[in-house]
Design a binder for this molecule. Structure first.
Ligand SMILES: [Zn+2]
Length: 93
């Protein structure tokens, strides 16, 4: 597998669209991170990911493991990824 991350280009919306967030307003997400005690959003646009519930249970105890996927925020995804790839990473040194 290639290590080079591919940059995905998103099509730009047509027309002028000032991207300004209203001050004081938090980013509104729709998907909540499903790690207990986490209040971040797990929307794709915010860096969230869906990971399998099973593998999430290996990283965070206290999760209900089972079938399906859970959505996690960016922070938790990174954490999860790190946990999962720690062993492999050593092979690359
Ligand atoms: Zn989270």
């Amino acid at each position: 597998m290639s290590n080079r991350p591919k940059r995905r280009r998103l099509p730009k919306p047509k027309g002028p669209r000032p991207k300004k967030r209203e001050p004081g307003k938090p980013i509104e997400g729709e998907q909540e991170c499903q790690i207990p005690s986490c209040k971040n959003f797990a929307d794709k646009s915010l860096g969230g990911r869906a990971i399998s519930r099973d593998s999430a249970g290996e990283v965070w105890s206290g999760l209900n493991v089972g079938k399906g996927r859970i959505r996690v925020c960016r922070t938790h995804y990174k954490e999860w990824k790190k946990e999962r790839t720690d062993d492999h990473d050593r092979d690359y040194w």
